[in-house]
Design a protein. Structure first.
Length: 612
């Protein structure tokens, strides 16, 4: 195809020669794609420049429009995703917005901010996300500056089944106010079904900022958009609202006969999905409820599963809604409040009072929905009214146990079946029960990739130390597959704990092969229910760490990255405490210096945790 001899004067002669060489080598379809790519690239560059640039001075007033900073603290990625959406929508409205992870935010600049929007999740029992610990310590400490002249608003994420619901966001909300900042909007606390209230908060808060800017004589101009039709059509995104239906191609027990628990290895086909992931990411699984639990609830309420109901404007049957749309097992404050009103039960009314939050949390952990409707029956309840008390069924996240480099178009999971007895009846986890008992080979399972940028392998041949218990072994299997596939030669050390050596040594033959091939440098294992030689106590991974403290500290001093995966309530704090002891002892450091050493590892991305 001939190229018209026209050159915009902004191009140099050399640039023009490059353009001619490229365009003469492309067909018409490729030219359309490149034009769209360049338009999109220009749009993205403009948005980035606007986010970095200071606000332009007004023509008349000589004062500048207010700067907007969006801060986020995220454990699983939900807060980070919402913060990105917030910053993007702010830019589209013409606001000068900058996005910061609390982990890397320079806290000394807080006093110089103007408008600050905070998105913060709560980890465990009221703690901030691990990556945001330093930010919280600064703003809640004696060195925190006065924030007069700063305006703020907080969006808090949490899980209402925990006693200290959204506490991290509440702490920031209180502290900004204590430091003299002016409240832009009321804090909104979001449960696990956060999308609707979070999006409403974003819309309302940005509308307020735009209105204030206009009133101050700085009306924002709409952000630039790509020309219609310029960008090539893209496949619809696969996410928690639009999952991919993956085919189950393997589902086998990893634990041996006689084990006190059941852990399974599950393989899913991603063929045709276009999905990709990195070691350290998680797979979101959209589960369905156990049909026997749904039947029991319907029987207690005397409701018909074929009854028509409305779910967010869509007509469906009550049975289908309870089977795949709502949580029908775990108790929530929402359900207790609703059922207290319907039943008039004094015991429930007492529990919903915030003065008894601790007692309420304990009650929710010891009872399911079926237990409440049995003990406090409500006759003649309307199906739609009952659904209003329920929380939407949430996806479950599982650390991915494979590398795409080793198993293309597949994703592997390591799943422990949760089974226990409650009030004289056997109970099971919603997702783990489905995966271990009710999913057949070739069945389809709705899934999506959940990115975890805070749990990543280092580049090159950097040494790694992996510490995991139970299903916490999963990402380390992915780590080692990835390192083998890319030919990384760095040293690797695994600490693994489970109950019994004979029945619970997950992926034993794989680890032994890696050791034999020198792909895995060292491995220390702890089996807590095997009898110790001296007959004293149980052995956990932290005991193995302590015994190898000298070498472990030497690895850290030589630049090793350390990873922890497993239980948040026991493994993570025990390992953290042991690391402090080892660093203090081997480094001849007092407690404060050992803590500073470990905090620096976290800041440098050399101490990463994936805990649940």
């Amino acid at each position: 195809m001939a190229v018209a001899e026209f050159r915009d004067p902004v191009l140099t002669e050399a640039q023009w020669e490059h353009i001619k060489a490229l365009t003469t080598s492309l067909d018409s379809r490729q030219l359309v794609w490149v034009s769209g790519y360049l338009a999109g690239f220009d749009q993205a560059s403009t948005l980035r420049a606007e986010a970095r640039a200071p606000a332009a001075e007004a023509d008349l007033g000589g004062t500048s429009a207010r700067r907007l900073s969006v801060l986020y603290g995220s454990e699983t990625g939900n807060s980070a995703a919402l913060a990105r959406t917030l910053a993007e929508q702010a830019a589209q409205r013409g606001l000068v917005a900058s996005l910061y992870d609390m982990a890397s935010y320079k806290v000394r600049q807080l006093k110089d901010e103007q408008d600050v929007l905070v998105v913060a999740s709560t980890y465990g029992e009221g703690d901030p996300p691990q990556s945001a610990t330093d930010f919280f310590e600064f703003i809640e400490g004696r060195k925190a500056p006065k924030l007069s002249g700063v305006r703020f608003a907080v969006l808090a994420l949490g899980d209402s089944t925990y006693e200290h619901y959204c506490e991290a966001g509440k702490r920031l909300d209180r502290r900004f106010e204590e430091l003299g900042a002016e409240r832009l909007a009321q804090r909104v606390d979001c449960d696990v079904d956060y999308e609707q209230p979070a999006n409403a908060w974003i819309e309302q808060t940005l509308a307020l900022l735009v209105s204030d800017a206009s009133a101050a004589g700085h009306p924002p101009s709409a952000g630039p958009r790509a020309p219609a039709g310029a960008l090539p059509q893209r496949r619809a995104a696969i996410d928690r609202q639009h999952p991919f239906h993956a085919r189950v191609i393997e589902n086998i027990a990893l634990t041996g006969r006689g084990s006190s628990k059941e852990t399974r290895h599950i393989e899913l086909s991603l063929e045709g999905s276009g999905l990709s992931f990195e070691p350290g990411d998680a797979l979101g699984v959209v589960p369905t409820n156990d049909p026997s639990v749904v039947r029991a609830v319907l029987q207690e309420l005397d409701l018909d599963d074929s009854q028509a109901v409305d779910v967010k404007g869509n007509d469906t049957t009550l049975g289908d809604a309870l089977g795949a749309g709502f949580e029908v097992t775990a108790l929530t404050p929402r359900f207790l409040e609703h059922w207290a009103r319907l039943s008039g039960a004094a015991e429930l009314e007492r529990l919903v009072d915030n003065a008894h939050a601790g007692e309420r949390t304990a009650y929710m952990r010891g009872h399911h929905i079926i237990d409440v409707v049995r003990r406090f029956p409500v006759k003649g309840i309307d199906a739609q009214h009952f659904l209003a008390a329920l929380r939407p069924l949430q996806p479950r996240l599982y650390s991915i146990a494979s590398s795409l480099a080793a198993a293309p178009d597949e994703v592997h999971l390591t799943v422990s079946a949760l089974r226990y007895e409650l009030h004289g009846e056997p109970r099971a986890g919603v997702a783990s029960g489905q995966l271990s008992e009710r999913i057949e080979l070739d069945a389809q399972l709705p899934v999506y990739i959940h990115r975890n940028s805070n749990f990543r392998l280092p580049a090159g041949d950097v040494p790694i130390i992996m510490i995991g218990a139970g299903t916490g072994i999963a990402p380390f299997r992915a780590f080692m597959q990835e390192r083998e596939a890319r030919g990384a030669n760095g040293r690797s050390w695994l600490f693994f704990g489970e109950r019994n050596f004979r029945t619970d040594f997950l992926y034993q033959t794989e680890w032994q092969r890696l050791l034999k091939d020198n792909a895995l440098t060292r491995m220390d294992v702890a089996f807590s229910r095997d009898r110790r030689a001296n007959g004293e106590g149980k052995t956990y991974v932290q005991h193995r760490m302590q015994a190898q403290g000298h070498d472990l500290f030497a690895w850290l001093e030589e630049g090793a990255h350390l990873y922890v995966c497993g239980d948040a309530s026991r493994l993570a704090p025990d390992v953290h405490h042991t690391l402090l002891e080892i660093i203090g002892s081997e480094g001849a450091l007092d407690t404060e210096c050992a803590q500073a050493y470990l905090q620096q590892l976290q800041r440098d991305g050399r101490y990463q945790r994936d805990v649940y």
